[in-house]
Design a protein. Sequence first.
Length: 302
Amino acid sequence: MKKFVAVILTSLVVLAIADRAVGALLEHLFRTTSSGAIGRQNELLQDDVPQVAVFGSSRALHHYVPSVIAETTGMTCRNYGLGGQGIFYHYVLMRTLTERKMPRVIVYELTYDYDVATSDPARELAALRLLPPSAVRDSMLRALDCWEAVRSLSRSYAYNTQPVLIMADRVQHKPTSDDRGYVAKHGQMEEGRAYSGRDFDTEHTDSMKLNCLQRMLAEYGGQTKLLVVVSPLYRTNRPDVFAPIAELCSKWSVPFIDMSGDKRFSNSPELFEDPVHLNDTGARKFSAIIAEHVAGSCAATR
């Protein structure tokens, strides 16, 4: 019996040491990758915090062109968008960056599916684990999954889906982005094809997401100029769906700019790659408009 217990304890010690070693290696490889999507994330976290910071899902990543915004406003700009991520991830990222320096303007691209509607928290957890450790990150992880405190005991757990991606980015040497975090889409929707309008799941809203959104509005609406934006959709069946968000923003005196049904973009296939993502032509046109809002918000606070 004693021998059996000794074998079990020895095995656990060996596994713990192996986990720490593998985790340390994967973390080093991840943090030192300087190309591709992982390199982009590292670059965003390591570079100076800009005067204009853009956050949000893939619609932020592909819709906001920093050079266009910088040219109009005369302020430095960076795009921190990340596909498939909403308010949980971006609130933690905001906190991470603004502890170093507060931007003059924060633009948050609100995506209904990721910022309002109920969704599987597994997507948020995977990306959150890859952000630098902090009290706010760890608190968010535990709020999303009560088992996260146990999983975090493993140093390699956060990187268990990353080895292939790390190697691919390190070997292929792809550019981190097209323009200070912005990644362009170059496709175009088909002319004459009947595309259905965008629907929204208004029956299942996530109270945790809305609470986190209010937390962002309360904290950043008072510290800097915060703009909440919904960029253009090719077509939407529910133009009224963002009314509650507008009311929420009004409560905290935060401008809400809803361009989801803007006629300068809607039903214009030449400006979109798909029904929810602008292509580079549409993104540059949209960024020029948003830049005017950013410049105007700064002028109003002087």
